[in-house]
Design a protein around this ligand. Structure first.
Ligand SMILES: Nc1ncnc2c1ncn2[C@@H]1O[C@H](COP(=O)(O)OP(=O)(O)OP(=O)(O)O)[C@@H](O)[C@H]1O
Length: 398
């Protein structure tokens, strides 16, 4: 097997007892190390069954499944499952156990000593954005849905498994939380490079999360297995096209992340609260609206040119809400943020919430009409940004 292949399903079938037809029939699929493969398809087509056969929560009736070259049927099921992270929609946290005990379960089963488990639990909670001192001793019911989901992800990562199975992991959360969890998870994955099989009903989620997407039909028959880009541009048949649904052009915005395009700069006004009263430092502010930021460069609000002229002493007093996106967000997220902003601008902030640049409608148009942009770039110096924010012509996807 090539070293690059991490999971190899070979002619896998599953018959449930008493049923004449298999629910998964001769499914073959190769998944590469470090990619997120998303399984989508109609309800009941066998996505979950396929996934659960990989960690043998469901035994295949026939066929072979290799993980990193080893046939999983040759391994003890419990040992196997300790090496594969598993995240499900209902999270499955033990309600009577603290967050720390839940996250440390697999390391404990693996016989790690107490100190090592504690250190790992804190490291993981930190990684998923939950301050250990605050959350370590809480019970699951003392957490929000999104926080529980983060604990579920931390628990799945506890023993640093190379493979993760995620069955609608963000399905039970509201759209905003879901979006945040997706972005956080993509940021994590940039560091961790796990091999992930991800089941979802939500095609937009598939486009956002997937390195490749497998559109499945009845009995897990693969109708198309391609990158999101190819899938959107060239659906294999009318059933796939129907599944993708309308608005394929707009969905292309789901394919690109904010960190893959050029950002613009906006005029900044630094509000120095440490000084006596409030001073302001216009950083090249011109006649347009400016963004006020604190001394750490965190956005505070927008101030219009008019207000700036009449409120010399207290620019933050006139501020209008800022809508922000992180670099991992999609351009669709940026568009949503823009539409929610009176200034038609999505402010890009780093992990610490500090100003990093801005995505403007002009910037988005340059992406939507790449030919026009290409003409412009052809006559420009390579690597230059339009607003001097930074050069960000990085690859579009992981
Ligand atoms: N234990 C079982 N015994 C018999 N049939 C089962 C069992 N589990 C699942 N099935 C059937 O197998 C088929 C595939 O189920 P599976 O849960 O894999 O589908 P799915 O694509 O994940 O569905 P959904 O999108 O609705 O979650 C379904 O028709 C289901 O009724």
């Amino acid at each position: 097997m090539s070293r690059d292949v991490m999971i190899d399903l070979q002619q896998v079938s599953k018959f449930y007892r008493g049923q004449k037809a298999p629910v998964v029939e001769n499914m073959s699929m190769t998944i590469h190390r470090g990619e997120i493969v998303v399984l989508v398809g109609p309800s009941g087509c066998g996505k979950t069954t396929t996934m659960k056969m990989i960690n043998r929560l469901i035994e295949p009736s026939s066929g072979r499944i290799l993980i990193d070259g080893t046939d999983v049927t040759a391994l003890d099921g419990n040992d196997l499952r300790r090496q594969i992270g598993y995240v499900i929609q209902q999270v499955g946290l033990f309600p009577h156990m603290s967050v720390a005990t839940n996250v440390g379960l697999v390391p404990k089963m693996l016989g790690w000593d107490r100190k090592r488990i504690e250190a790992r639990v804190d490291e993981l909670l930190h990684l998923v954005g939950l301050e250990p001192a605050t959350y370590r001793n809480r019970l699951p019911r003392q957490l929000s849905g999104g926080q529980q989901q983060r604990v579920g992800v931390a628990r799945a990562l506890a023993a640093d498994p190379p493979v993760m199975l995620m069955d609608e992991p963000f399905g039970a959360t509201d759209p905003m939380t879901r979006d945040r969890l997706q972005n956080e998870f993509l940021r994590l994955q940039d560091q961790l490079r796990k091999t992930i099989v991800f089941v979802t009903h939500d095609f937009d989620e598939a486009i956002k999360m997937g390195t490749r997407i497998a559109v499945l039909g009845e009995r897990s028959r693969i109708r198309q297995f391609d990158t999101p880009e190819v899938l959107l541009a060239h659906p294999a048949d009318s059933t796939v096209a129907q599944f993708i649904g309308g608005g394929a052009q707009l969905k292309q915005l789901d394919l690109r992340r904010v960190d893959a395009i050029q950002w613009d700069d906006v005029p900044l006004i630094r509000v120095d609260k440490a000084a006596t009263g409030t001073r302001r430092h216009p950083d090249g502010a011109d006649g347009s609206a400016a963004l006020t930021v604190d001394d750490d460069n965190r956005p505070l609000g927008w101030i219009s040119a008019h207000d700036r002229a009449i409120r010399q002493g207290a620019p933050e007093g006139a501020s209008q809400a800022v809508t922000t996106v992180e670099p991992q967000a999609t351009l669709r997220d940026a568009l949503d943020a823009m539409l929610a902003s009176r200034h038609g601008t999505a402010v890009v902030v780093d992990e610490q919430g500090r100003y990093a640049g801005a995505v403007t409608l002009d910037g988005l148009m340059r992406v939507i009409h790449p030919t026009r942009e290409q003409d412009r770039l052809d006559s420009a110096v390579p690597g230059q940004t339009t607003g001097g924010a930074r050069s960000a012509l990085t690859p579009e996807k992981r």
